[in-house]
Design a binder for this molecule. Structure first.
Ligand code: PGA
Length: 250
């Protein structure tokens, strides 16, 4: 049995006061024993404030990216060890905004995932095709090559300590979610690919769906066999919406 995970990716939004209020509202709005694990992912500079708010609660804390090395001359990067020291348990790697706007390659994403694992941080590895790739029938090829790049680097043992997030690029921030069936098809493909390497790891691996998840769409998405929760952007900035999505993951 895979326990669902719902993660709120706050991206580059919020002020100190706003983010503290949001973190408090999420903390206070969850039941004592939520069925799903809940993770919030603020911008780097907000991590210490949010860590203080979440201290002693069950809400997990993550970062939006992590350096591909443990330390050294890497201006502008933040290492997994630093994130751990501030209470993070997870880090996104390979978000499509990083891949597209900042030209992060499959190799760099894989190195980031490995560096996270080396420091005991759980990488949430984001994968997904563009609309053009989907329309030209390349979805499977794209997501499997993104997955292979990470799997080849971290091995099946590393994958067992990771989370995957399927996020079709055309669904992110567009209000146009993949249908539950479209998402399920890709999730099953990803899990099947991992099963080819290691059946038990495939069964345990959590694969989140991301891309315009809303309170109104979460139930149907999370009901699918291979969808183990969500990576939520826009709707995670409203505590009530995010809490409703968390409730939908059982
Ligand atoms: P969205 O973002 O929910 O606003 O589409 C999801 C994400 O980018 O992780």
């Amino acid at each position: 049995m895979r326990r669902p995970l719902v993660a709120g990716n706050w991206k580059m939004h919020g002020s100190r006061a706003g983010v503290e209020a949001l973190a408090s509202a999420v903390r206070d709005g969850l039941p004592a024993q939520p069925a799903a694990e809940v993770l919030v992912i603020p911008a780097f500079v907000h991590i210490p404030d949010v860590a203080r708010v979440l201290d002693g609660s069950a809400v997990l804390l993550g970062a939006q990216n992590v350096a591909d090395a443990s330390e050294g001359a890497r201006t502008g990067e933040v290492s997994a060890g630093m994130l751990r020291e501030f209470g993070c348990s997870h880090a996104l790697v390979g978000h499509s905004e990083r891949r597209t706007l900042y030209r992060e390659t499959d190799e760099l994403v894989a190195a980031r995932a490995q560096a996270a694992l080396d420091a005991g941080l759980t990488p949430v590895v984001c994968l997904g095709e563009t609309l053009e790739q989907r329309d030209s029938g390349k979805t499977a090829e794209v997501v499997l090559s993104q997955l292979d790049a990470v799997m080849n680097r971290v091995g099946v043992a590393g994958l067992a300590k990771s989370v995957l997030a399927y996020e079709p690029v055309w669904a992110i921030g567009t209000g146009r979610s993949a249908s539950p069936e479209q998402a399920q098809e890709v999730h099953a493909l990803l899990r099947g690919h991992v099963r080819g390497q290691h059946a038990a790891v495939a069964e345990e691996l959590r694969i989140l769906y991301g891309g315009s998840v809303k309170p109104t769409s979460a139930d149907a998405l999370f009901a699918m066999d291979d969808i183990d929760g969500g990576l939520v952007g826009g709707a995670s900035l409203q505590a009530d919406d995010f809490l409703a999505i968390c409730q939908a993951a059982r």
